[in-house]
Design a protein around this ligand. Sequence first.
Ligand SMILES: [Ca+2]
Length: 349
Amino acid sequence: DTENWFCECPGLYSGKLCQLTTCDENPCGNGATCFPKSSQDVVCLCPYGKTGIFCNDAINITEPSFSGTNVFGYTSFLAYSAIPNISFYYEFRLKFQLANHDSAIRDNLIFFTGQKGQGLNGDDFLVLGLWNGSVVYSYNLGSGTATLISQPLDLTLSTHVIHLGRSLRTGWLKVDDHKNKSVTAPGKLVGLNVFSQFYVGGYIEYTPELLPNGSKFENGFLGCIFDIEVRTGKDHQFKPLGTLESHPNAGRSVGQCEDSPCSLIKCKNGGICMESGSTVYCDCPTEWKGAFCTETVSACDPEHNPSHLCRKGATCVPLPDGYACHCPLGTTGTFCEQGMAKLRKVAFQ
Ligand SMILES: [Ca+2]
């Protein structure tokens, strides 16, 4: 019978072909990334400059705060246009504050630009991050990676300062009041040829196989990175990243340092406000759903625990004290679990 088939859908999907997620009717505003939190509710991962449950509220960011990878697997990041004239000389200055836990200094990206080598283009990249309590600065001009590792950070300092640079093959790194360290890149190449955007706080997507060797930091940054400035000549002025008022081209789940988007959200019925940078959502108790936990979970909803027992093909109908199963043709029983014997012979007289 052509109408009596169904697909058993995994958790977040619904529809006859399991083709629907709650993000198909994307309620997120301003180009936010929609993620299906459950089969009924979504989380909106807010783009740069927006916050709130549906990313419809403006947020002014002067000191970006990054929250690493959230529970849905997305990193917070900012992406700026490629920095022009960075090939032979650059200097960067920046400050950062760490979120107050160990994982903030284990293996975390601060910034990255570069690409995996293809054809005549080498594995050129420039990366800065934290590893095992120290600042790590690496670059590859196409003929091998140069790496500088700072002394361990003094974690009693609330704000850390980095000044680093490179002239042709020679790079140097100065962290807080540590001694300046320098290194010379191997091989003969002297130009940094990078074509990607300039990422701060996290990669847009962490796909290790697409990153050049030696540039991988597994986690996004946890804390605030601010006052990033760059110059591409010794006598030039330092300038902020980005073209227009230092605004990035793109970003996700980046908040303002020391601001809490949860302070503006009131989750109802015992829901707990969760935040990750500018992204915010209510984590509802099992019997509630909806953006603010204001709708009850009915006995027929997929997230109801225990789940209803109506067999596939049956329609579950919520009742004040439970639910009932409406059976499709050919089945019967409380849960539509019994087949009805087909009439083999119809006699007319
Ligand atoms: Ca090169």
